[in-house]
Write a protein of this length. Structure first.
Lengths: 111, 108
């Protein structure tokens, strides 16, 4: 298994543009998590899904952020419009039996 | 509410010296505690969980409910231990709450 797959690995965009981050969880895992990592705030949980259903989105910073999980093998995190303060590394993780497995992350730079 | 505190942003030790990375938590129920590690240019990965009571790469961590702590220890640090270490907690829900992380730097 290739593990959790995230794309793109790096994204550079201009303020105001829409950004879509993608995640493919490990097959058979029923929970999926999106995190944001910054120097100032560390790892923050944005949202998580159980069986494709959003359970807790209290960490989503603003209405500009949205996440979907249309099926068990795919999720997206969208930022529209993006702002420079959204620059961070975004991680996706999937879990089985309480252990989370992380993707390599997407490094987002908003200029 | 669940909360994890890692008081040290950076811990620098010499090779061969003992290591203790501190972690304190706040949770009203019975939590499950984890240590995750992120080596340079690698993804975050599980190091150990308290219910396993294992020693991984020489690291151990004991859950102390009285002190609400889950400190990570290793008797002799190695260069390859240099990494970012995150303590994390999960309660009744699936979500993990992470501490802010401690960067361990092992020098010669």
């Amino acid at each position: 298994d290739a593990g959790v797959i995230q794309s793109p690995r790096h994204e550079v965009t201009e303020m105001g543009q829409e950004v879509t981050l993608r995640c493919k969880p490990i097959s058979g895992h029923n929970s999926l998590f999106w995190y944001r990592q910054t120097m100032m705030r560390g790892l923050e949980l944005l949202i998580y899904f159980n069986n494709n259903v959003p359970i807790d989105d209290s960490g989503m910073p603003e209405d500009r952020f949205s996440a979907k999980m249309p099926n068990a093998s795919f999720s997206t995190l969208k930022i529209q419009p993006s702002e420079p303060r959204d620059s961070a590394v975004y991680f996706c993780a999937s879990s089985l039996e309480g252990i989370q497995y992380f993707g390599a992350g997407t490094r987002l730079s908003v200029l | 509410a669940q909360r994890v505190t890692q008081p040290e942003k950076l811990l620098s030790v010499f090779k061969g010296a003992p290591v203790e990375l501190k972690c304190n938590y706040s949770y009203s129920g019975s939590p499950e505690l984890f240590w995750y590690v992120q080596y340079s240019r690698q993804r975050l990965q599980l190091l150990l969980r308290h219910i396993s009571r294992e020693s991984i790469k020489g690291f151990t961590a004991d859950l102390n409910k009285g002190e609400t702590s889950f400190h990570l220890k290793k008797p002799f640090a190695q260069e390859e231990d240099s990494a970012m270490y995150y303590c994390a907690l999960t309660g009744t829900a699936s979500k993990l709450t992470f501490g802010t992380g401690t960067r361990l730097q092992v020098t010669l």
